[in-house]
Design a protein around this ligand. Sequence first.
Ligand code: ARG
Length: 496
Amino acid sequence: MPTSQAHNAASAPSHNQLDTKAQAWSALFSEPMSDLVKRYTSSVFFDKRLWQADIAGSLAHAEMLAAQGIIGADDHASIQRGMAQITSEIESGAFEWKLDLEDVHLNIEARLTQLVGDAGKRLHTGRSRNDQVATDVRLWLRGEIDLIADLLKELQVALVDVAAQNVDVILPGFTHLQVAQPVSFGHHMLAYVEMFARDAERMADVRRRVNVLPLGSAALAGTTYPLDRERVARTLGMVDASGHPVVCQNSLDAVSDRDFAIEFTAAASLCMVHVSRLSEELIIWMSQNFGFIKIADRFTTGSSIMPQKKNPDVPELARGKTGRVVGHLMGLITLMKGQPLAYNKDNQEDKEPLFDTVDTLKDTLRIFAEMVGGQLNPATGQKEGGITVNAPAMEQAALKGYATATDLADYLVKKGLPFRDAHETVAHAVKAATTHACDLSELPLAVLQGFHPQIEKDVYEALSLRGSLNARNTLGGTAPAQVRAQIARHQARLAA
Ligand code: ARG
């Protein structure tokens, strides 16, 4: 690696104080940092991913400094020119990131000064890395939340598609993982749509508190320059629904607040918890004992020893990665515990958990949308390779475990029995069916009438899976008519 001095001599128009970190602060420091301390305190190898936000924030700040007459128009133009070059250097991979320069902010500022001289040194007027980093993280996270919103929508669309194809497919609904009542598989899928819809709402809500401008708070107390913070907010799109700029109102809070990162990670954790619940069901449903569904081979792996195996690695890993994201939430919330105002270096530790949360959530949502709904085949315009549903296996399972026992009780209630008495009567019927090793619907009418004389032939409709489903025709119930209405509602909502 060329030394920074040599680099400087070759390309710098003026002396650059930021060439090494020991020089970055001031003449106050009498000894250089050890390599271990440099490595321990630097963040550039992970926070360089904030570079676009860092440059956007700097350009907005410089534009405002010029508009306020704090720097000259020529300096502003030089800063713009330098940042354009830095952008292309980073994009092409030519930019040399230096551990010595600690973080993304100092790396970019140092290069700017190398390129444009004194104008580069004027950029930091009325600014501190404390309000700079808080701004960068917020800008970056805002963009990621927008990508996550799209992915959450894709996953919901995939689930609604599967629901629409399977409204009339019946599987046993469980409570305590014991057969409870028959439900529509479409209805079951829509339960997850509700969860992911709430996740999308939570993300949108978090976004409102992410999209607030700390810049202009400087190190902690505000600044002596006549900054126009609202102008910067407007430039960066930090505006509310009616287009008004939104700016942090207390400089101490502005530089130290990481609530937005915690809130985001909490929303991400809950979303991963929903993914883990879906994963668990997919894993159970594709086990040989259930055989309800298949997922495409590309989401599974074989075993190195058991040739017959197809393991649901993707849902299993998603279930596992939920722990990692929840761990990041614990990490971030503990990071903030007991921190005195204002900025503390502790906050540099916010980045890796936040970045990993974003990466994990995005990958997981993307892969689940494809695993559930399939991939678009451009030739046919159809989605292919989503989950395959084994409707007969589901229905067969729903016929076990007396899933329609409640329907028999409801039938008797309609004949005038108090519900508690009906419940008791049906318990006797179930006991008899168990003895005969058959379903309630397979007991002869005479046997059923032995439990209650008012039982008539129409009881068999109530005891059928389809009769049971159709009877649950209340809002949010599993009757196919209700499920179709919900599908239409979701489709309209997701198309908007
Ligand atoms: N790299 C630092 C961070 O991530 C930037 C802010 C540093 N500010 C300071 N006064 N040391 O938080």
